[in-house]
Design a protein around this ligand. Sequence first.
Ligand code: NG6
Ligand code: CA
Length: 523
Amino acid sequence: MKMNLKRFKKISVMMLIGLSVTFSCKEQNKKTEAVAEVLKPNIVIIYADDLGYGDIGANGATEIKTPNIDNLANNGVRFTNGYASSATCTPSRYALLTGVYPWKNDDAKILPGTAPLIIDTNQMTIPKMLKTKGYDTGIVGKWHLGLGTGHVDWNKKVSPGPNQVGFDYSYIMAATQDRVPTVYIKDGDVVGLDPNDPIEINYNKNFEDQPNGVDNPELLKMTWHHGHNSSIINGIPRIGYMKGGEAAKWKDEDMADHFLKEAQDYVKAHKENPFFLYYAIQQPHVPRTPNPRFVGSSGMGPRGDVIVEADWVIGEFIKTLEAEGLLENTLIVFSSDNGPVLNDGYNDDAVEKLGKHTPWGHFKGGKYSLFEAGTRVPFITYWKGKIQPKVSDALVCQMDLLSSLASMVGSDIRVDDSENLLDVFLGKSDSGREELVLEATSRTALRKGDWIMIPPYKGPAVNKEVNIELGNSKEFQLYNIKEDVAQEHNLAETNKEKLAEMIASFEAIRGKNYGNIQQLELK
Ligand code: NG6
Ligand code: CA
């Protein structure tokens, strides 16, 4: 392992300081935790957008090749019960960074590009915690946690944002690839903005004389299926209206390469000091715009092609860590913010060209769903030479990373909802969580042991636009997820004892005020 003397000395000193902090804090700590060895590797979270459990070879995909992700999975811990906290993006990202259940924050819902920052600047976050232990912290990629305080002027410094909640460096897209503004933002400044061509954004109404996805189909290179019919940018109709900022607009087909280069540059510039990089890749969220090098690479159309592209960027990124001599000193966590969706609003052949591929694996549902495929996602921890390869069935959630990483680096910071599962993440233990509340578009359910309980919710059983079963039912649902992984046998009627136990556990965490459950009596 290449590590220069300066860094080695720095790490040794910091380890000593870290150890003494651990000892002193342990005494104050109410929950007794075993004193772990303080480790200060670089930490990288590679976070995909809408990648399903079954989208990667390591989890059983045979129709699509993901050799680089599989390499992490097969040489690290591959979790079979790894969860995002939510079945959509914003809440999952909120929970990942803050360690707090997203249903505790009413604003943690899919946000427009103009939404204010939903993380309180006083709140603990993974990067803030790591900064207390001397880490440099950076984010490259998708943010989608809001920016500013309500009325963002995109032509001035945009704040507060990632830089105000713990990141020393940020290079982001504000929301999603399908939402305006379609520009990169570096440390609060729109990259490449011409002051003579200011950006204006409006999510309610178009600017005068500007084309849109409904009236100007002749301008479209990708057509919309539902939603996505506001401003047209690079021939792709988006959510929300945007005017100006021509020179700053990203090129969709270059986005993967662009973020990759930023992530690689970040690593190269910070290799002397422990760093935390949150590398939030945009694939395979819509609009799926593979670089021409990847068009046709999967035989599944753009959705498959961008997964191949995502796998490639991950491979290139790991090569950089290796070339810089950092791979054996870097903990990599790979996961996805929510489960898969095929048609998420554009006509991009995701359904038509799927063939035998099953992005949801053996699970039911997908993105937006309370069924398993909504939140059970690829989840891998990899650390060359430190983590021994294994498959873990332990129940873990992305929300647990905050307390677990804190424990690793010798910080006494813990956030209640975030369990310290460091030994599980490092592959040294299989005792994960006992229970976890899952969220999907503001509805919640409980996983406890091998059981899932979904309370009654109003609303359609299936979202017809995306063709996903949402988990809504007038009745309570109870599944033994070990025996019935596809959630086909509702045992609520036949196992009332278990149901009552699950409801009690759920209410103990969630309180009684959840959805419309109170209107429906247990029969
Ligand atoms: C939905 C969008 C969908 C996607 C999602 C957010 C429509 C009809 N659908 O509202 O395309 O953008 O929001 O996805 O507009 S997420 O992964 O960021 O949560
Ligand atoms: Ca997502």
